[in-house]
Design a protein around this ligand. Structure first.
Ligand SMILES: [Zn+2]
Length: 304
């Protein structure tokens, strides 16, 4: 197996497990290659950021990454980077101010679904049909259940907001990286919540009654409830304890791979390489260099 992967980072992708209770496998696209990161569990891993960032839309070099991987121009110009992507009830297409009306018509004025998931606790969210596995695994949800289908993104967002009176629409990332989710009977919760909706609006329908999906992550151990940040010239290094959602779990904290989108990184499996011996003696100082970010890791809730 290759020990070093270098290049621009994209978010990690999970493959469904062959049966319930078996951990999913996970790949991390780096430099156009697929790093089989779930096979690196238990290995001593070093992550470095070269300092180079290129926009995931136009490819231009950019000093900063906006909206997880875009240059400033694309961030200001693209509808997918607009505030209404995070808050669909703030859709402003009907005011004639959509940044990209054609994109909006094909993306937002298309079927969506409302789901319940259990990541750190029960939460409500929306996505497009067929995207629910990607959405749930991005969030590190251990259970997921589709409860409603709608004709548009805006309507899904409105129903999400209504259901949001009774359940959260956010995950608690500290819990997510430091402990497993407590199982929840999402079917029972869904039936109770849906019975509180007086009447479904036109363009919305109940999803066929089904059992929740169970998702098991490649996790041998959990992280301290701290967010690690990868800075140019400073390595993050440690034994990879687990992968949950877009987080890599290390004893000293977790690193959100989603935040590395479009950044040039070098990822080394020190346990598999000739550097192993050298590295073990320097592990402690490297871990100490890992920066812990104060509070805000809220960007993980970006749409996909
Ligand atoms: Zn760009």
């Amino acid at each position: 197996m290759q020990d070093i992967y270098s290049g621009f980072s994209e978010k990690m992708q999970y493959q469904a497990a062959p049966e319930a209770g078996v951990a999913m496998t996970c790949d991390w696209p780096v430099g156009g290659e697929k790093l089989p990161i779930s096979q690196w569990l238990g290995a001593q891993v070093r992550l470095e950021f070269t300092g180079a960032i290129h926009c995931c839309n136009c490819g231009q070099a950019t000093k900063r990454s906006y909206s997880q991987g875009y240059c400033y121009n694309c961030f200001k110009r693209l509808a997918r980077c607009d505030l209404c992507m995070m808050a669909p009830t703030r859709c402003h297409y009907d005011k004639g101010t959509c940044r990209e009306p054609q994109w909006g018509e094909s993306f937002c004025f298309a079927p969506h679904l409302v789901y319940l998931a259990n990541s750190s606790d029960i939460k409500v969210g929306i996505t497009r049909p067929g995207q629910e596995f990607t959405r749930w695994t991005d969030q590190g949800a251990e259970q997921g259940l589709v409860i409603l289908y709608t004709d548009t993104r805006q309507l899904a967002g409105a129903l999400e907001a209504t259901l949001g009176q009774w359940v959260s629409d956010r995950s608690n990332w500290r819990k997510l990286i430091s402990e497993p989710a407590t199982p929840i009977d999402l079917r029972v919760q869904a039936d109770a919540l849906l019975s509180r909706l007086a009447k479904l609006p036109t363009g919305a329908a109940l999803a066929p009654s089904q059992q929740p999906q169970q998702l098991t992550y490649p996790v041998q151990g959990y992280a301290s409830p701290k967010s690690l940040k990868l800075k140019a010239g400073e390595a993050v290094e440690g034994e990879l304890l687990g992968i949950r959602g877009q987080y890599l779990l290390f004893a000293q904290g977790a690193l959100n791979v989603r935040n590395l989108t479009s950044m040039a990184v070098t990822i080394t499996n020190l346990s598999g390489s000739s550097e192993a011996k050298l590295s073990r003696s320097t592990t402690e100082s490297a871990s100490n260099r890992a920066q812990s970010v104060a509070d805000d890791d809220s960007q993980m809730e970006l749409f996909n």
